[in-house]
Write a protein that binds this ligand. Structure first.
Ligand SMILES: Cc1cc2nc3c(=O)[nH]c(=O)nc-3n(C[C@H](O)[C@H](O)[C@H](O)COP(=O)(O)OP(=O)(O)OC[C@H]3O[C@@H](n4cnc5c(N)ncnc54)[C@H](O)[C@@H]3O)c2cc1C
Length: 278
C-alpha cells in the first residue's frame, strides 16, 4: 500500500455544484480543502445549455461552472483530478488517483450515473449514436431523426433542445403517467410514445430503434435519461458515526441545481460544526 501523501481537513469527492458548494463553505472557515473529480470540475453542469429553474439572469451550465470554480479556487480549495476508488475509516482515508490521503472529514457528492438502457450491448452503442447530452451531441444529428428515452422534466428539457436541431424527436417513455405538464412544454416537433426500447440496430452507427411493441423508429441518435442511479458506492458499508456527509444528487433527492447547492451548503456547515467541536 502506498503511504498516505497529504493530510486534509476536508476531502470532497465529486466537484459538481453540490461538492463545490460544500468545499466553499469549509474553505471560508479557513479549513484545508481538496475537491476530487473523476472527470472535470462542474459535474452535470458541463453538459447543460441555458439553465432552467435558475434565478437571476439567464446563464449556461459551463458559464456557471467556470464562475463557481474560479470562486472556490480563490478561496484556497485545491482541485484534484482522478477517480476516488475507496473511502476507509480509522484513520479516515480517501483512496485518490495520486495515492491515499487522510482527511478529518469527507463530503461525498458523486451525483448520479448516466442514464442506462436495458438492451443488448448497450455500452457498445455509447459514442455510436447513444448519448446522454443534447448540448454535446445534438449537433451531430442536425436535420436527422432522434429518440429520447426517459420520463422526467429533464427528459422534456433535452427533447426540446434537440427539437431545435433534429428533423424529428420522439420521446419514448415507459411511464404510464408521463405528466401532461411535460406534454404541454413540448412542441409539434416532438412526439411522445409510451413504450420501452428492445434493441438498437445499425451498421457501425445507429440507424434504428426497435421498440418492445415491434415498432421500429428510424434514428441516428438515442439520448438516454432513464435509470440514472445515485453513485453511492463510496458510502456503502461505512460505520455509523463516521465523519462523512453526502450531498446533492447522490442522496437520491430532488434533481435540481439549487437543491444540490443547498445540500452542499448544509453538508459544508455540518462539517465545519463537527471540526470546530472536535
Ligand atoms: C439532462 C439534465 C438536464 C438538467 N437540467 C437542469 C436545469 O436546467 N436546471 C436545474 O436546476 N437542474 C438541472 N438538472 C439537474 C442538475 O444538473 C443536477 O441536480 C445537479 O447537477 C446535481 O449536482 P451534483 O453536484 O449533486 O452532481 P453532479 O453534477 O453529477 O456532480 C458529481 C461529480 O462527481 C464526480 N464523481 C463521481 N464519482 C466520483 C469518484 N468516485 N471520484 C471522483 N469524482 C467522482 C463526477 O465526475 C461529477 O463531476 C438536469 C439534469 C439532467 C440529467
Amino acid at each position: 500500500m502506498t503511504a498516505v501523501t497529504t493530510d486534509w481537513d476536508v476531502a470532497v469527492v465529486g466537484a459538481g455544484i453540490a461538492g463545490l458548494t460544500a468545499a466553499r463553505a469549509c474553505a471560508e472557515r479557513g479549513l484545508r480543502v481538496v475537491a476530487h473529480d473523476a472527470l472535470a470540475p462542474g459535474g452535470q453542469l458541463i453538459n447543460l445549455g441555458t439553465l432552467a429553474d435558475w434565478p437571476g439572469p439567464a446563464t449556461t451550465g459551463p458559464d456557471l461552472m467556470s464562475a463557481l470554480l474560479t470562486d472556490v479556487m480563490e478561496r484556497g480549495v485545491e482541485i484534484a483530478y482522478g477517480e476516488v476508488t475507496g473511502l476507509r475509516t480509522d484513520p479516515l482515508t480517501v483512496d485518490a488517483a495520486e495515492g491515499p490521503a487522510s482527511a478529518r472529514a469527507v463530503v461525498v457528492a458523486t451525483g448520479r450515473g448516466p442514464g442506462r438502457l436495458d438492451v443488448p450491448d448497450a455500452e457498445g452503442w455509447e459514442g455510436r449514436g447513444l448519448s446522454h447530452c443534447a448540448t454535446c451531441d445534438g449537433p451531430l444529428h442536425a436535420g436527422r431523426e432522434v429518440v429520447v428515452v426517459g420520463d422526467d422534466e429533464w427528459t422534456a428539457h433535452e427533447a426540446l433542445e434537440l427539437a431545435g436541431i433534429a428533423k424529428r424527436v420522439t420521446v419514448v417513455s415507459a411511464s404510464p403517467t408521463w405528466p401532461a405538464a411535460l406534454d404541454r412544454r413540448l412542441t409539434d416537433a416532438v412526439d411522445v410514445r409510451r413504450g420501452t426500447v428492445a434493441s438498437l440496430a445499425g451498421e457501425g452507427t445507429l440507424a434504428a430503434v426497435h421498440l418492445a411493441d415491434s415498432d421500429v423508429l428510424e434514428a441516428s441518435g438515442i439520448f438516454v435519461y432513464t435509470h440514472a442511479e445515485p453513485r453511492t458506492a463510496l458510502l456503502d458499508g461505512l460505520p455509523a458515526g463516521a465523519p462523512v456527509w453526502s450531498a446533492g444528487d447522490v442522496t437520491g433527492a430532488d434533481r435540481h441545481l439549487l437543491t444540490a447547492a443547498a445540500d452542499g451548503l448544509r453538508a459544508g456547515h455540518a462539517v465545519v460544526a463537527h471540526l470546530e467541536e472536535s
